[in-house]
Design a protein around this ligand. Structure first.
Ligand code: IMP
Length: 423
């Protein structure tokens, strides 16, 4: 039995798709446990590039895939994604959806956009997919869950009840219960056969000694509690999200894989201590294709930040790291690594809790010599130029965590294993 979780260890977009794709060949079941279609990962399969937002990458290997209870699911977006896969010859027959997952409906997206407008220049820069407002409903105990959604009578009753409340809360917005019901009941009927208690399915899998891969979305710096609050998403992207998001206890997680970029990026607003914006940042953005998968926004660029990744290691009990996009740093004379922050004259190793204090943090940098050699064909750690080896070793030392693998290009073949995740 093994439970492997893949954790975005910065602000998301670390390249989790490539690692989950690699690991899904070893797994029997692949599970998404939080977030919704705010996530986006691209995967190459059969010579084609696919962009997925909701469906775990295990769908390509024909494994059972589960959209678990911690997720917020836009049914329309899910069905579109299924059709897109089917049209490209990928079967979606093996998808199961938790009856406890919350449903994103059009009013969640409207409220998301409306709240962003109200925040004005202090907006969070959300993806406007309704993620936050749907989680708000979950915790306010007025959400509509998949189990209710696929029961036509119940769905209608709940929708009327919820929209009566929403109309009082948002008199500026027009919500049309009949129109939503008429459109969405069709989606509900389509999804109904896939909806079940997925925690039971997972428990049975563990009892049978199977391997389950939990695929995190976003990154730990966007965690609702430990991220750069309020510039965060509304779920727990790290390993802490697995138990509450699947109904399976934490002891089932045997491997926790932190995915990090060899540098750092962030989309949306919020503090970012190692951010810089000069010609080197521009070079990294272009070489790393650093534009959002969902919103196409250019990503903000920063140096590798050990404070951030150490926080991810702590929160997710990382057993090892996958370092992505190492090749993007090729050609730089020197590379900076942030080892700590300086705040009020003191060196600190944890992120302050307030945005105000994070913004006052000055990164403490170490500079390391870069490398000029092309590393895109490297097949082992030993083949790397000495400066690239030193860079990886220093990251591992600063984060107190071994390296499982590193990546030197987008192709599946450009993944170099240092230590096998599952021997
Ligand atoms: P929300 O998740 O749409 O509410 O957006 C909240 C914050 O999380 C914004 O800064 C988004 O840009 C960021 N975010 C959400 N999903 C992702 C992701 O998959 N990658 C990177 N950033 C994300």
């Amino acid at each position: 039995m093994a439970g492997i979780v893949v954790v975005g260890s910065q602000w998301g977009d670390e390249g989790k798709g490539k690692v989950t794709d690699y690991l899904s060949s070893k797994a029997d079941i692949v599970v998404r446990y939080q977030g919704g279609n705010n996530a986006g990962h691209s995967i190459e399969f059969g010579g084609k590039k696919f962009a997925l937002k909701l469906i775990p990458s295990g769908v390509f290997s024909g494994h059972q895939v589960i959209l678990a209870n911690g997720m917020v699911i836009n049914p329309k977006a899910l069905i579109e994604e299924m059709h897109y896969l089917n049209e490209n010859g990928v079967s979606t027959d093996q998808i199961l959806i938790s009856d406890r997952a919350h449903v994103i409906l059009p009013y969640h997206m409207e409220i998301d956009a409306f709240q962003e407008t109200l925040r004005g220049k202090n907006n969070i820069g959300t993806t406007k997919k309704g993620i936050g407002p749907c989680y708000v409903d979950k915790y306010a105990r007025i959400g509509i869950r998949m189990g209710e959604f696929v029961d036509e009578t119940l769905f209608y009753e709940r929708l009327k009840e919820v929209l009566a409340l929403k109309k009082r809360e948002y008199p500026e917005l027009a919500f049309d219960a009949e129109a939503i019901f008429n459109e969405y009941k069709e989606y509900a009927a389509f999804l109904k056969p896939m909806v079940c208690d997925t925690a039971i399915v997972l428990d049975e899998a563990f009892q049978e000694g199977k391997t389950v891969l939990f695929e995190g979305a976003q990154g730990t710096m966007l965690d609702i509690d430990y991220g750069t609050y309020p510039f965060v998403t509304s779920s727990h992207p790290g390993a802490t999200g697995v138990s509450e998001g699947t109904g399976i206890g934490p002891i089932n997680i045997t491997h926790s894989v932190g995915i990090i970029k060899a540098y750092t990026t962030r989309v949306g607003a919020g503090p970012f201590p190692t951010e810089f914006d000069d010609e080197i940042a521009h070079h990294i953005r272009e070489a790393g294709h650093e534009y959002g998968t969902v919103t196409k926004r250019p990503r903000r660029i920063g140096w590798f930040d050990a404070v951030v990744v150490n926080q991810s290691r702590r929160m997710s009990s990382l057993t090892g790291m996958a370092i992505m996009l190492l090749d993007v740093l090729t050609g730089l004379d020197t590379i900076k690594i942030c080892t700590a922050y300086r705040l009020d004259g003191k060196e600190i190793h944890g992120l302050p809790s307030t945005v105000k204090d994070i913004e006052r943090c000055e990164p403490v940098y170490e500079e390391m010599p870069g490398w000029k050699e092309d590393i895109t064909h490297v097949k082992s750690f030993e083949e790397l130029p000495v400066n690239a080896k030193n860079y990886l070793n220093r990251i591992s030392e600063l984060v107190h965590c071994p390296i499982y693998l590193f990546s030197v290009g987008p192709d599946r073949e450009q993944t170099v294993i240092v230590n096998e995740i599952m021997k």
